[in-house]
Design a protein around this ligand. Structure first.
Ligand SMILES: [Fe+2]
Ligand SMILES: [Fe+2]
Length: 302
């Protein structure tokens, strides 16, 4: 398995912003910049936030070179990750777009009164528009190497105690597959992983609806890893009670993480408990953050 030499993660969109001119909003987008094992540089975009306007605003402010992006990976088809797919593809000059086969399916949240709202990829950001903008869509259930040494997880088996997604008292999640409505357990949720020379494997999550324990177990199996250097991204523990979060922390412990940078849908309670569990390895993440993986940031802003 190819290693990569270095990894920098630039947060284009997150719920929080700690910089004056950047915008925070409920959503996620990372630019991954890395050197492959031969020393060649690559850029991969992971998600495009939950607001087209905010994503593009931050791209301009941060001078993100979207035209140099080689590929766009869609973590899953929720609207807070897919608001500017077409714009990113257009500026990238027609890149490859990687996703799970369910990512572009219609999906809804139906409340107890039977009222539905769309929660999938927003209108105007779908398959036809991406192709029109020059994008090539590659849908796969299996792990895919999107650039030398950087892989998607593919579909993640759910084998841990984690309940996916959390049961909702407010209603139910629906996805339409082959014209049929099904309960949506977000099978399209995927993460990225890479083995960084001198550090070890790193997992970059979107919402991590599959659960971080399931995700690490799966990447460990696919990549042949026992431990991980770091985890970075949304952990979707928002709304979970302390017992569930502590159980997650307990299950994550054997992976021996040295860097954790939870953000987006991790939720404040889980962020606080992760900080408590990883006082040295915790890196606060937010719109505008640049994380040189393996280096201690000059400011942790805690
Ligand atoms: Fe999300
Ligand atoms: Fe999500």
């Amino acid at each position: 398995m190819n290693q990569i030499r270095s990894l920098r993660v630039i947060t284009i969109a997150d719920n929080m912003a700690y910089k004056p001119r950047l915008w925070g909003h409920w959503g996620l987008s990372f630019l991954l910049e890395f050197e492959d094992s031969r020393g060649r540089g690559h850029r991969i975009l992971f998600d495009t936030g939950g607001s087209r306007e905010a994503f593009l605003h931050n791209v301009r402010e941060m001078e993100i070179p979207l035209d140099e992006v080689e590929g766009l990976v869609v973590s899953h088809g929720h609207l807070d990750h897919t608001a500017a797919l077409v714009e990113a593809v257009g500026e990238g000059g027609g890149v490859r777009v990687y996703a799970h086969p369910y990512a572009f399916q219609p999906r809804f949240f139906e409340n107890r009164e039977g009222k539905r709202r769309e929660v999938g990829v927003p209108e105007g950001e779908g398959v036809a528009e991406i192709e029109e903008a020059g994008g090539e869509i590659l849908l796969a259930r299996e792990p895919v190497e999107v650039a030398p040494g950087v892989w998607t997880t593919g579909e993640i088996p759910r084998e841990s105690f984690e309940t996916v997604p959390p049961p909702s008292e407010r209603g139910r999640r629906i996805i339409v597959v082959d014209g049929e409505e099904r309960e949506d357990v977000i099978w399209d949720d995927l993460s990225l992983w890479m083995d960084v020379e001198g550090l070890g494997p790193v997992v970059v999550t979107g919402c991590c609806h599959s659960g971080i324990v399931n995700t690490l177990n799966h990447v460990g199996g696919v990549g042949g890893f026992d431990g991980f250097y770091g985890v970075l991204g949304g952990l979707h523990l928002v709304g979970r009670d302390e017992g569930y979060i502590r159980r997650t922390l307990e299950a994550v412990k054997p992976f021996d993480l040295r860097m954790v940078s939870p953000c987006h849908c991790t939720g404040f309670r889980a962020m606080a408990l992760f900080l408590e569990a990883f006082p040295e390895g915790f890196i606060l993440n937010y719109s505008g953050r640049v994380i040189e993986v393996g280096e201690t940031p000059r400011s942790r802003l805690l």
